[in-house]
Design a protein around this ligand. Structure first.
Ligand code: SF4
Length: 487
């Protein structure tokens, strides 16, 4: 890492807007941390910013429209601030490349997901020489897998604790890219080939985070349970990696997202059962409940395979909460196929599901060879139907928990509390946290409880939230950082 003092103390104000998944949130956190070391000051006022960055997502059309609209609005602010540098980074930058400059000619820099370390230099170049500056990775068809992989660099510099959204929670990237090539998905193109980071580096990062006070880490990968890396002659899968840092003192909870159904091995499920810091929660997207659709999506499993995986999850970790993703209105989805997806939601009663209307993405196989033949209105109706069904199930599932007690890792004032003067000033306010099964709980308490584990009795619920009250204020922790002891 370069010495911050070697750079200008003041590089002006930086505004960054992030859309998309946790991987993007982590990228933004790391880019901001790097830029702060170069003398940039973060602002949430876009109109006064000297540098504006958009960290973009290409998974859905809507996310791209949002960014192009925001860029359109900046055309006028740029006239007022001719020195302003405007940059587009992330998945849409990698996917659209020069098209970004065509659609938004006032953009100065376009940076793909594999070149984030170049951002400080590119901003400097854009200031010195007006014009277009672009750094992107090779396309998957442009070279061998190895060469393309080398053009996607995992961006994991030293962390800056001040830049984390929460002082005691952190994302840790364990792999980048994807090789599954689901026919609807741009990620294999925008994030490149699947590459797992070395266990040694990940363990070191977790140790550092825990030493800085982080209590919960969420491991990130597009297909996180496909993790595979050979180090010193030993092959590490996800379960081995987690075991390698599980006992880190201070660390209390470990989560990992997103899982790929076909790679849900028994070793990982046994780790979830046996390692006390692992959350009893798995996000495993099903995407459809119809074999024909799964085949068209090239998901690599059938409904029977998914069912077998769910049986293994529940047999190994009986209280494990499972959430899912679904795409409605994919190419060729009949009413019967849609009803099969609805049946799957009924059968597995997911904790929650993220439901998306299909939209064709340039560069994908579905866009190239399939007809986007489900009318928009039908997609909308199926989306609403599935959402209503899932909401009903989530509420019933939450209602079953009323009267029970849970250990809740307290995340801080709830969104509602933050909006009111209460959340700003405290001390007694509405707090939010999560159970080991990743269920959201709100309750009244002192904001000093943030980062600790509290025992909460559930009194009421909505479809998304458990509402409770404190039973025991805090846990004492064993000196070795092991299991909490009830005080
Ligand atoms: S597994 Fe499929 S949906 Fe998930 S990132 Fe890879 S290609 Fe996309």
């Amino acid at each position: 890492m370069q010495d911050p003092s070697a750079h200008d103390a003041h590089n002006g104000k930086l505004f960054i807007q992030t859309v998309g998944c946790q991987m993007n949130e982590l990228d933004s956190e790391l880019v901001v941390a790097a830029l702060r070391k170069h003398g940039f000051q973060l602002t949430d006022d876009i109109t006064s910013a000297d540098t504006v960055l958009f960290n973009t997502c290409s998974v859905r059309e809507h996310a791209e429209h949002k960014i192009y609209s925001a860029l359109g609005r900046l055309k006028y602010s740029r006239r007022r601030r001719p020195q302003q540098v405007i940059g587009v980074m992330g998945c849409m930058a990698q996917k659209d490349q020069k098209l970004v400059f065509q659609k938004a000619p006032h953009v100065d820099i376009v940076v793909g997901t594999g070149q984030l370390s170049e951002i400080p230099g590119l901003i400097e170049d854009a200031r010195a020489n007006r014009g277009r500056h672009m750094a992107v990775s090779l396309a998957r068809r442009d070279a061998t897998r190895q060469t393309v992989a080398a053009s996607f660099e995992s961006y994991d510099p030293l962390r800056d604790p001040e830049m984390r959204p929460s002082a005691f929670q952190a994302y840790v990237r364990i792999m980048i890219g994807c090789d599954k090539f689901c026919t609807y998905c741009v990620v294999p193109m925008t994030r490149g080939p699947e590459q797992s980071r070395a266990p040694r580096d990940i363990v070191q990062e977790v140790h550092q985070l825990a030493a800085e006070g982080v209590k919960e880490v969420t491991l990130l990968g597009q297909t996180v349970n496909s993790y595979r890396h050979t180090e010193d002659g030993r092959e590490y899968r996800l379960a081995d990696l987690i075991a390698a840092f599980h006992d880190t003192p201070g660390l209390e909870r470990i989560k990992f997202v997103t899982n790929y159904p076909r790679d849900m091995g028994d070793d990982l499920l046994q780790a979830v059962r046996d390692l006390p810091k692992l959350a009893h929660y798995l996000h495993v997207p099903a995407q459809s409940g119809c074999d024909e659709m799964l085949k068209r999506m090239k998901r690599g499993y059938t409904v029977a395979d998914y069912r077998e995986m769910m049986q293994r999850i529940h047999a190994t970790v009986p209280d494990c909460a499972v959430s899912s993703d679904f795409i409605v209105g994919f190419c060729g989805e009949t009413e019967e196929a849609h009803q099969k997806s609805m049946d799957l939601v009924r059968e597995f009663r997911f904790k929650n599901s993220f439901i998306f209307k299909y939209s064709a993405r340039t560069g994908t196989k579905a866009d190239a060879i399939m007809l986007d033949d489900v009318p928009e209105e039908t997609k909308r109706r199926r989306n609403v139907e599935m959402l209503e069904l899932q909401t009903e199930i989530s509420e019933e599932d939450n209602a079953e928990r009323i009267g029970r007690e849970y250990d809740v890792l307290v995340e801080g004032p709830s969104k509602t509390a933050l909006k009111s003067a209460d959340g700003e000033q405290g001390p007694l306010t509405q707090l939010t946290g999560r159970t080991r099964c990743d269920r959201i709980v709100v309750f009244d308490g002192n904001r000093r409880l943030t980062g600790s584990t509290a025992r909460i009795r559930i009194d009421d619920c909505t479809a998304t939230t458990l509402i409770g009250s404190i039973v025991t204020r805090e846990f004492q922790h064993a000196p070795d950082g092991g299991l909490p002891i009830l005080s």
